[in-house]
Design a protein around this ligand. Structure first.
Ligand SMILES: Nc1ncnc2c1ncn2[C@@H]1O[C@H](COP(=O)(O)OP(=O)(O)OP(=O)(O)O)[C@@H](O)[C@H]1O
Length: 326
């Protein structure tokens, strides 16, 4: 069966700027596919091309088996899109917006049921111009859900949402996939992507640098861990040499009675055994897996990426990435 989204050798030039270069990508039916990349990587450009809002300079695109440039009207009836920075009509109510979306998809949904689903039913008859940023995002999601789309395309869907909203968004994504839809969404919030995605693509400066499951990506960068061990006395050179001699160790450091070891995950027990074998007693230790942040930076090499605001604050980027064991 054909892929739901298929990009073949797609390039997009804006004057001198190459927003996308020779991108090949296939998203299969029923997948939740995360599209990752730092600012300016080309995520929105790709999404805009899926529904023929802009056209590629080169290459082929097929979505649900259709060519956007020839069949955009039919295609837009079967795709729900939550675009980046959608502008609502200030004077129309939330309910009117959703009804408009239902009508344009020739659907028969109940607008109130959709507003209920995204958590803003109580504001259904208020003008959307007075909605908060998060309410607007929820409204646009309700519009995207109208007509039970075969494909949901979500550009930075959690922008402006509070943590509860971000969680509800993930639940809706899961419900949509259970119904048989395919979900393609862009994000730079890695933990959200990991929480729901089957596979991800990482885009950097217009080029695809990785397409895989997050687990496989983690494995391919070495499944690294940092082990921090507190011992009962200052370690001697003998202890440090014993650790360094073990397989899978990339570095060993000491501060007072704390030893920090960067190693592959499977070497952790051997490190603790080696420390105790040199006569020290381990009083405490913690381990951290390679964070998603590290993984992302490894692929994009973008350590000077501009700081993000708003939605990052809604869901701390570190918690889900840490695995602390005792
Ligand atoms: N209409 C346009 N005219 C000129 N350049 C553009 C246009 N749209 C996008 N670009 C450029 O194309 C590149 C990719 O932009 P795009 O918006 O697709 O990135 P993005 O990955 O969605 O970024 P962000 O995470 O910041 O939203 C950037 O260099 C951007 O400046």
């Amino acid at each position: 069966m054909a892929s739901v989204i298929e990009l073949t050798n797609v390039t997009k030039q804006f004057g001198d700027v190459t927003a996308l270069r020779d991108v090949d990508l296939a998203v299969e039916k029923g997948e939740v596919f995360g599209f990752l990349g730092p600012n300016g990587a080309g995520k929105s450009t790709t999404i805009d091309m899926l529904l023929d809002f802009i056209r590629p300079t080169g290459g082929e695109i097929r979505v649900l088996g259709m060519e956007p440039k020839h069949e955009s009207v039919e295609l837009r009836k079967r795709v729900g899109i939550l675009p980046d920075g959608y502008h609502v009509y200030d004077r129309l109510t939330g309910r009117q917006h959703v009804q408009f979306a239902i009508d344009s998809k020739a659907g028969d949904d109940d607008p109130m049921a959709l507003l209920e689903r995204v958590g803003i039913a109580d504001a259904a008859d208020r003008k959307a111009g007075g909605y908060s940023k998060g309410m607007t995002q929820r409204l646009v999601l309700a519009m995207a859900l109208a007509g039970d789309p075969d494909l949901l395309v979500l550009d930075e869907p959690t922008t402006g949402l509070d943590p509860a909203g971000a969680r509800e968004m993930r639940e809706i994504i899961r419900e949509e996939v259970a119904r048989g839809a395919t979900v393609f969404f862009s994000s730079h919030i890695l933990e959200q992507v990991e929480a729901v995605c089957d596979r991800v693509a990482i885009l950097n400066r217009g080029e695809l640098v990785a397409v895989d499951t997050i687990d496989n990506l983690r494995e391919s960068v070495g499944d690294g861990a940092t082990l921090t061990v507190t011992v009962d006395a200052e370690p001697t050179a003998e202890t440090l040499d014993a650790i360094e001699a073990l397989p899978g160790i990339s570095s060993v450091g000491v501060t007072g009675t704390t030893i920090t070891v960067h190693c592959i995950s499977s070497a952790k027990t051997a490190v603790l055994d080696a420390i105790e074998a040199t006569g020290l007693h381990v009083s405490d230790f913690t381990t951290e897996r390679t964070s998603l942040e590290d993984l992302f930076l490894k692929y994009t090499g973008n350590s000077d990426e501009p700081a993000e605001s708003g939605d990052d604050a809604a869901e701390p980027a570190t918690d889900a990435a840490m695995e602390v064991e005792q």
